[in-house]
Design a protein around this ligand. Structure first.
Ligand SMILES: *Cc1c(COP(=O)(O)O)cnc(C)c1O
Length: 368
């Protein structure tokens, strides 16, 4: 028996974690600074950690009540009906739900290039074809509705990432509406707001009041610090009310994740502190990294170092794990996540030393 032909499919390439890199370079994980996966450097909310501990004794039950309760809590948070919240294992799971609910075999999707690779992976194994629109480095990764529309040819799903991974740029709500207005009734604009909390712009949630062709993706993995639990959701048009039950895995999110997410949603101080640190850090990076950087509204920044693989390797050998963006199609660029203030300063110093030693970067910053 053979699998279907997957030769055309690609694998997701995650940022490297502390433990695996520690093993590789022979250091203790505690000696490393990992700023490669846009995780929350403060960890989860203490209330969420407590909820995880408290759930241990009840995991023999299916998460019936907690799954419904979390949907209600998220719906209340956004002033939407429960039917408009499609809870999922991470925002990645929400991408799958959209693919399942929207795509027929042979349908097409339109995705940003460079961009988050899972859109295409999900589309592909749901038997769709994919097309790309450019988010151009030469234009500092600015996101223009004209570029999206120039590439558009009736795709069923158009993905917009705001803030965009890996660059951090956004598309304004006006521009998102321009795209939605100009595309067919059969097209949904999926606005991926995995980093929405860090941006200075309102969520595309507000477009759901008047439109039935927008879906908004959110996650508890980034600002809420629950990446290890896999909790995300899509906010969808009211008209899609009965779709979720038909495409969802029974209980998409587990008991522990549901309880932790409910606790995390209530801890606004933790999210606010997280966002404040990230905003400070991305400014710090922009001012102090001795190589060109791009404006970012996320909890990370993209750095143009010339040879990302070489620089990431040298930084890793000095205990700092960064994201080589070669797999995004940007072999010259590194993505660096916002750390705590101390991690941010230390990672900047290490990166600058590496750039100086390899004679890369612009050396605008005095290196001692
Ligand atoms: C991290 C990320 C996600 C999803 O992460 P989950 O952990 O699956 O919630 C989705 N989109 C983008 C652009 C991301 O960077």
């Amino acid at each position: 028996m053979e699998l279907r032909d997957l030769s055309d499919h690609s694998e997701y390439v995650p940022g490297r974690g502390k433990k695996e890199v520690a093993r590789e370079v022979g250091l203790d994980p505690s000696e490393l600074i990992a700023l490669s996966s846009n995780e929350n450097p403060h960890g989860p909310s203490p209330a969420a950690a407590e909820a995880v501990r408290d759930s241990a004794e009840v995991v023999h039950h299916y998460p019936k009540a907690s799954h419904a309760d979390l949907i209600d809590a998220v719906a209340a948070e956004w002033d939407l009906t429960a039917e408009q919240i499609w809870l999922s294992p991470g925002a990645d799971g929400a991408i799958d739900l959209l693919s399942r609910a929207v795509l027929d075999p042979g349908d097409e999707i339109l995705i940003p290039e460079p961009g988050f690779s899972y859109y295409g992976m999900s589309g592909r194994y749901h038997h769709a074809e994919m097309n790309g629109y450019e988010v151009s480095k030469a234009d500092e990764f600015a996101q223009h509705p004209e570029t999206v529309l120039a590439a558009y040819s009736g795709e069923r799903i158009v993905f917009v990432t705001a803030p965009h991974n890996p660059s951090g740029t956004v598309m304004s709500l006006t521009d998102i509406e321009t795209v939605a207005d100009a595309t067919a009734d059969s097209t949904v604009i999926a606005v991926d707001e995995a980093y929405g909390e860090y941006a200075d712009m309102p969520s595309a949630r507000r477009l759901l009041d008047d439109r039935d062709d927008i879906a908004v993706l959110r996650t508890m993995s980034k600002a809420y610090g629950l990446a290890g639990l896999r909790v995300g959701y899509a906010m969808v048009p009211e008209e899609w009310a009965d779709g979720y039950a038909k495409v969802n895995t029974p209980f998409a999110v587990n008991e522990v994740g549901c309880r932790a997410a409910m606790a995390a949603l209530e801890d606004k101080d933790h999210v606010n502190q997280t966002v404040e640190t990230a905003r400070w850090a991305r400014e710090y990076f922009r001012e102090h990294i001795a190589a060109p950087t791009f404006p970012s509204s996320g909890n990370f920044i993209l750095v143009d170092v010339g040879d990302a693989t070489r620089v990431a390797k040298a930084a890793r050998d000095r205990g700092v794990v960064l994201r080589d963006c070669t797999s995004f199609g940007l072999p010259g660029c590194l993505r660096i996540s916002c750390g705590t203030r101390e991690e941010t300063r230390q990672a900047t110093e290490t990166l600058n030393q590496v750039l100086a030693d390899l004679q890369l970067g612009v050396h605008a910053w005095p290196i001692d």
